[in-house]
Design a protein around this ligand. Structure first.
Ligand code: FES
Length: 104
């Protein structure tokens, strides 16, 4: 199972093995990650699952589509180069070890 690491803004860290095919918003919910609300349940209409993908993992992530790109313009925390909506990232071998920084 791919491992996912979340790093909170206060430096707290949570790591978990996530089933292949699970989106990383659902994985965050299962791990009680604060700040990843996922209010729309992953249908790409709320942007409350915003995370910052660690720079070292950006190239491994699939490209974002136009809708995700537009939604990232309305996130509460500042958009940065690593900004992604975690409901659009899916656990896979390619993302094994991914590091996600959770906005404050
Ligand atoms: S959970 Fe709503 S956009 Fe990701």
């Amino acid at each position: 199972m791919p491992q996912v690491h979340w790093i909170m803004s206060n430096g707290d860290r949570v790591s978990d093995d996530v089933n292949d095919g699970t989106n990383l918003m659902d994985a965050a919910q299962m791990n009680g990650i604060p700040g990843v609300a996922g209010e729309c349940g992953g249908c790409l209409s709320c942007a409350t699952c915003h995370v910052y993908v660690d720079e070292a993992w950006l190239a491994a992530c699939p490209p974002m589509d136009e809708v995700e790109n537009a939604m990232l313009d309305i996130v509460i925390a500042p958009r940065q180069s690593g900004s992604r909506l975690s409901c659009q990232l899916v656990a896979s071998a390619a993302l094994d070890g991914i590091v996600l920084h959770v906005p404050d």
